[in-house]
Design a protein around this ligand. Sequence first.
Ligand code: GDP
Length: 446
Amino acid sequence: MFDQLSQRLTGSLERLRGRGKLTEDNIREAMREVRIALLEADVALPVVKDFIKQATDRAVGQEVVGSLKPGQALVKVVHEELKRVLGGDQAELKLDSAPPVVILLAGLQGAGKTTTAGKLANLLKDRHRKKVLLASCDIYRPAAIDQLETLAGQVGAGFFRSERTDDAEAIAREAVSEARKQFADVLIVDTAGRLAIDDAMMDEIKRVHAAIDPAEVLFVVDSMTGQDAANTARAFNDALPLSGVVLTKTDGDARGGAALSVRQITGAPIKFLGTGEKIDGLEPFYPDRLASRILGMGDVLSLVEEVERKVDQKQARKLAAKVGKGSRRFGMDDLRDQLLQMENMGGLSSLMDKLPGMNKLPEAARAQMDNKQTRRMIAIINSMTPNERRFPDIIKGSRKRRIAAGSGVQIQDVNRLIKQHKQMQKMMKKVGSKGAISKLMKRLPG
Ligand code: GDP
């Protein structure tokens, strides 16, 4: 998400960055480009207008024109305005009321509610050490209830299934008493979605809401729907007091309009971003970090947190121990471990998004880092025998053909992988011999 917006914005600001002096005309012209970039990202028009007005007023005032480094001052103004539009400070979940804290999820069908219920349970369990119970009061799609039960099993959260199949409000009440009985800290209630907003649906969810009086009402919305996401959110907000929004599918090809429009249009803060189909694909939403990411300044803080959370420390130590002990020890299995770790972290492209300046890489270079490539490399290694993984030098003509056929790739792909592995072996030997790795190992916990 935000790739295009990010490139356009940095492009227009970059041109002014180096200038010693900025005039009002320069600034207005840059702001015209910013305006187009925002519109192209599918940000809602009222939000764009407000953004441009505030940013221009501040910039042509003393803040930029009068400053010593006007280019940087302009970037700062745009950064602060982005942060404001995205919601200002981070809005955290309200978890401090008496347990069970009830979280109600609302949204259209297919928005990602059920997936989000599972991800949220996972996050609350993992990071907040909460005992979580999940329940669904979708009386129209029995399959949705089963889906939630499966997710609960995956996460290790409790699941409540009602005997009733006809009354969403009654099911929600039962879920709350069950959560009390089990001394759950948090109860997450999933609700039925529809393909479009209709009155019957709104009435039902209003009744559910009144019956269980949740601490949080989270509206789950697909970011791919752009500024429409903000409009749907507004319709829900008229019916229910939303306490927050979860933007899903931000890993997809969305242009960012939803993220930039939701807060201004509904007044409800974005609390989480859904970043994939896997259970750990939910990130807390930080307006200032996202503003930095959009302006190509990277989001190193999130990256560091992610690495701490997702990288398997034990494997990292094992790998570090092999490095430097001579090139022979770093086999294909080790390369595969590394690739899998990368996958775990959302793939190379998700990491790249968070590094400063990466948005300036040409499209072609970025495409090379796509996640398909990682998966293909893993598939190739999977098609090798244990012996071939340990001693890749034995992989010659007929073995190559077999591996390529087994993993559904071309021989050139196998060749490329072998070459990359060789280069890594070489590099690791070099790094290892300088003692850098032993220093690094000392810093790893455990
Ligand atoms: P619901 O009808 O609102 O409960 O939607 P679901 O939870 O069943 O999700 C609909 C589809 O979207 C499923 O195929 C999910 O795997 C997918 N999905 C949900 N959240 C995300 C996300 O953040 N990223 C991606 N790529 N897919 C998602």
